[in-house]
Design a protein around this ligand. Sequence first.
Ligand code: MN
Length: 325
Amino acid sequence: MGLKKICAGIKKYNNFLITAHTNLEGDALGSELAFYALIRKLGKQGIILNEDSIPYGHDFLPGIKRIRKLDCCSSYIKFDCLVVLDCADLKRTGDVWRLNKDSKPILNIDHHISNQGFGDVHWVDAHASSCSEMVYRIYKQMRLSISKPEAIAMYTGMMTDTGSFRYSNTTSFTHQAVAELLEFNINVPLIYRYVYENFALEETELLIKLLSKINFSAQGKIAYFKLKRGMLKDGAISMDLGDQLLSFARAIKGVEVVALFKESLRAKNQVRINLRSHGKVDVNKIAAIFGGGGHKTAAGCTAHGDINQVIKNVLASIHQDLKYS
Ligand SMILES: [Mn+2]
């Protein structure tokens, strides 16, 4: 299955429920907004709905107010097709997938290598930089014109998932797409500032505190952070802050893999794990051992159990992989 089947699917239905993964970030939001604009250009209707609320710093995205958060009224939403963006599996939508009580057809558009192809029509391209880049390709395939709001949305998605066009998922196609989007006079420095240089002072203080708690293993090849629930009692750590910790650690000479272990604020004995790699270790495979997935150089999973035991188990798997890489 692929792009053409997705386009045929879009043409077939008229009322879309559009969603993406929990812990929203630039690519989830960017692909949702660009996809919504696309179906509107085709004269169709849709609603964007997510389990989580809009993350800090993303209010600049045109049309962001249109994005709704799951609540008790959500079960009354009528749709004839569920569109799942940027999700390796259906459960990554949180509880949004449960709204599909009547088993309406599902379109699955994603770039995670761990995506097994759920849904009635799926298009999974692990070589795409981002889900936003895939939505860009739908525009091209359907010969739809792009206007400034969706150009901003897709640019933000591509920028976010490529670490500002520096990770290995950045291709010449990504740059070609971005070159076209920049024709709309997008204010790049402003987007960058909103997304990356927008820390609240309290977050900065927390970041400094957390950075000082960095741990190393495997002769400095693994760097990791253990974030206990109490450390985050002043509100959840934002994805951005987690990203800062991961980015900082992966910039240290000799570090091959970075891991962030975070005790869940929602459920006891649940640990969220974020992994980054320079490529020697396939962190998608490591995450898969613990029921998660993602990309070769960026992946995540949720493990159950005591955080110290979880750290021990995950580090053992990474050690094993380092030995053979
Ligand atoms: Mn993505």
